[in-house]
Design a protein around this ligand. Structure first.
Ligand code: TRP
Length: 428
């Protein structure tokens, strides 16, 4: 069977998930995690959260909420790896190794950093005002998330594609220097996933304040839906589906047949209040059971903590040995092992040696020299180098001079000395 394809994705733990995140990230990711032949890694990017958020309570709360969302939506921590980034100390460790092979120029080109600098410049400010080194390093931390687990495919929104490409570049730089250890990942954009409009028709986003929290209580959900911007057409007047945020949101939840029915209702002049009722019913039907699970999970944070720690243990079973390999590759090594090898090398250099050569008479000879290069003995001539080699092998193997040997001892050398030298080969 082919090796499974590894998918990995993270969600930054700032804020509360909204319907746009559900449709664009949680729902497709959970569906994807059930595909056979895949391995799936989902994590809470809480180190990334620190780049955007300096409110400790908010980071903690958001981590809890996003973890509960994953689980409520149906992620099964038994069949996927589900963990919190900050539980894997190998990730910041790898971040440093990657930092050292990443060009500063590469990071200068990152969209998020560039946008911050451009904004300052446009405002006539120093380009670096309020730009932390964390924002600058964001892509390297993200590369470590991905490369730590040798992930192949990274399902992300378009705004993250550049970061995945940078992870590729960084992996290639590392591999070029230290060998093919890292796997270059690929971004994966699911074209079938809906981009959800928000209450005002622009893309649903926390920063536009036009979002519907995924697990808003029922009555709040109803109220928010009532606030979706529509045109001023009266009941009975036909309505346009193009450009209708209400219609697009409905479509993201409904079946093809249901969507067709709403399209017809638009054409025959459904009142906006009725259309909103349809939308509310459809969303609530899908979300209500999850909302209940979500509430139960939020009320039991210790259980979520337990699940995350179990996930971290599984993730570290991969990360820890891989990090050992990477440390070794870059030269962060056990010095004792290094000394051991040096000794072994020195010992090898101190061994006697056989040297084969050919004389002007066309015959093949060998001589035995000691570790210092002093001649101990010399052979008679052989017809071929193979024949000479066979005798050498025999001498090494027997570690003794055979009776009636054809070796001529060098002046002042005894048979015992030659035999002692030969014995060293058998201890090699
Ligand atoms: N940067 C991603 C976002 O804001 C979150 C993230 C962090 C991520 N590390 C990742 C996504 C690794 C995919 C893979 O959406």
């Amino acid at each position: 069977m082919a090796a499974p394809v590894r998918f990995l994705t993270g969600i930054t733990t700032t804020g509360t998930p909204h319907l746009g995140n559900y449709v664009g990230a949680f729902r497709p990711a959970v569906e994807a995690s059930r595909r056979p032949g895949t391995e799936n890694f989902y994590f809470l990017a809480d180190y990334h959260a620190l780049i955007k958020c300096d409110e400790p309570a908010r980071v903690q709360r958001s981590t809890l909420e996003i973890a509960a969302c994953w689980l409520a939506v149906g992620l099964d921590p038994q069949r996927v790896l589900f963990y919190r980034q900050s539980d894997i100390p190998e990730i910041p460790e790898l971040t440093w190794l990657l930092t050292c092979v990443t060009g500063k120029g590469l990071l200068n080109r990152a969209h998020a950093y560039k946008a911050a600098v451009d904004k300052n410049t446009a405002a006539g400010l120093d380009p670096d005002v309020d730009v932390s080194a964390g924002l600058f390093m964001y892509p390297v931390l993200m590369a470590a998330d991905i490369l730590m687990f040798k992930a192949h495919r990274i399902p992300v929104g378009r705004d993250q594609v550049q970061h995945v490409e940078m992870a590729r570049d960084i992996a290639n730089s590392f591999n070029h220097l230290y060998g093919e250890l890292l796997v270059a990942p690929q971004a994966q954009i699911d074209e079938t996933v809906a981009l959800l409009p928000g209450l005002d028709g622009r893309k649903m986003s926390k920063s536009y304040d036009n979002h519907i929290p995924l697990f808003a209580p029922r009555e709040q959900l109803r109220k928010l839906i009532a606030g979706i911007v529509t045109d001023s057409s009266a009941p009975g007047e036909p309505k346009q589906v193009e450009g209708s945020a209400l219609f697009q949101i409905y479509e993201a939840f409904a079946s093809v047949e249901e969507t067709q029915r709403l399209r017809e209702a638009y054409a025959s002049g459904i009142a906006w209040s009725d259309a909103k009722q349809m939308l509310f019913d459809r969303i609530d039907r899908e979300i209500a059971p999850m909302r209940e699970r979500y509430q139960a999970l939020i009320d039991d944070p210790a259980e979520i903590e337990r699940i995350l720690r179990a996930g971290a243990e599984k993730a570290r079973a991969i990360a820890t040995p891989f990090m050992t390999e990477l440390r070794q590759a870059v030269g962060l090594r056990n010095l004792a092992a290094q000394a051991g090898r040096a000794k072994a090398k020195a010992a090898k250099a101190a061994l006697p040696a056989f040297k084969q050569y050919r004389e002007a008479d066309g015959r093949h000879y060998f001589k035995l020299v000691d570790a210092g290069g002093r001649l101990l003995a010399q052979s008679a001539g052989f017809a071929s180098p193979q024949e000479a080699g066979r005798v050498v092998a025999q001498l090494k193997h027997d570690a003794a001079l055979p009776p009636g040997h054809a070796l001529q001892l060098a002046p002042g050398i005894t048979e015992a000395e030659v035999a002692a030298a030969l014995r060293q080969f058998s201890q090699e």
